[in-house]
Design a binder for this molecule. Structure first.
Ligand code: UDP
Ligand code: MG
Length: 328
């Protein structure tokens, strides 16, 4: 455990770099060395950060990621390695990493070098010299991400920002968190987390650092459209009840339409004319039916979140761990 004064303003500080890894075995050793190169610079040391540890979380990879990080840990740096018992997803892996980090600050970043490690010294400067509690790397340029990915990522961020009330546009998971923020983060008890949103929700003093997203080191992104959609639903339901209000809104619209149609139908009937409109009935039936289904679906979505939370299962399960922190 790190002594309390290491978290305080004076004296040497420690930094943890948390990296979730899923099937990154091919390149992880070289990527980690590259990240290490920027974390162990003279500039960083001069700012009082003497001690840098890696917290590497193997999120149930099916390739040789675990062996690769074990090799890296035994030679290169101070490392804590965790192997989750199965693939729990990046959000859970990030939580696992943050919970096992000991540093006075924690940097969370991807393991595929898409988050430029060159920014680490500047992040540390904003933290130690300028006194910011959170440094958010924001996407100034989405690099070579395909246009369709860029489009739905931007849409997702914009919808999330609008609904949650926090500015999440161009937000990324590449962040530095001061220990105070980490402590506050660890007190959040929800099972299904949305890291980016939660860090925004926590508040504290934020600095924004523009970054250019680089192409993937190797392998391919594991975020399918379906998985992103899942994250969007988690984000939406955990930060906003807007979808539920939408149900009420749809109900109101149908009520107005119903009143208009009723008046019209009664008027026709009072005038002694036959009431036509089997087509109207069919259209109404279909319309009301689908809106009811959507409404039930939305309510079900919130209900399933509540159900998930009440089960209070752990966010992740650690199968193996390696602690190489005492490595010189
Ligand atoms: N990742 C993870 N668990 C998963 C999927 C991804 O830990 O189930 C890690 C992955 O190894 C990488 C980071 O999360 O370090 C970002 O993943 P990826 O590059 O696939 O996403 P993208 O860059 O497309 O957002
Ligand atoms: Mg990536």
């Amino acid at each position: 455990m790190v002594s309390a004064d290491q978290y305080s303003g004076n004296g040497p500080k420690s930094l943890s770099i948390v990296i979730p890894l899923y099937n990154e075995g091919d390149h992880v050793e070289s990527s980690l060395s590259e990240i290490g190169r920027y974390a162990h610079t003279r500039t960083v040391a001069d700012m009082g950060v003497q001690d840098v540890e890696f917290v590497l979380v193997d999120d149930g990879s099916s390739d040789n990621t675990w062996e690769a990080i074990g090799r890296f840990a035994s030679v290169h740096a101070k490392c804590v390695c965790l192997r989750l018992s199965r693939n729990f997803g990046k959000e859970a892996a990030i939580c696992a990493g943050i919970e096992h980090a000991h540093g006075a600050a924690v940097i969370v970043m991807d393991g595929d070098l898409q988050h430029p490690p060159e920014l680490i010294p500047e992040m540390v400067r904003l933290w130690t010299v300028e006194g910011f509690d959170v440094v958010d790397a924001v996407k100034a340029d989405r690099g070579e991400e395909p246009a369709w990915y860029r489009f739905h990522a931007r849409l997702f961020n914009q919808v999330m920002s609008r609904l949650s009330g926090f500015d999440l546009a161009d937000a990324s998971d590449f962040k530095l968190l001061d220990r105070r923020v980490v402590t506050a983060f660890l007190r959040l008890s929800e099972r299904q987390t949305f890291y980016r949103g939660l860090v925004a929700w926590l508040g504290f003093r934020h600095a924004r650092l523009p970054m250019i997203v680089k192409p993937r080191m190797a392998g391919r992104s594991t975020w399918s459209l379906l998985r992103l959609l899942g994250l969007a639903v988690t984000g939406l339901t955990s930060f906003s009840t807007a979808a539920m209000h939408l149900v009420s809104l749809m109900g109101m619209m149908f009520l107005i339409a119903a009143i208009v149609l009723t008046v019209k139908t009664l008027w026709t009937w009072l005038r002694g004319e036959a009431v036509p409109g089997i087509a109207t009935v069919i259209i109404l039936q279909l319309g009301i039916g689908s809106v009811t289904m959507i409404a039930l679906g939305i309510i079900g979505e919130y209900l399933s979140r509540v159900y998930g939370e009440t089960k209070a299962r752990p966010r992740y399960v650690v199968a193996d761990s390696l602690d190489h922190r005492s490595h010189p």
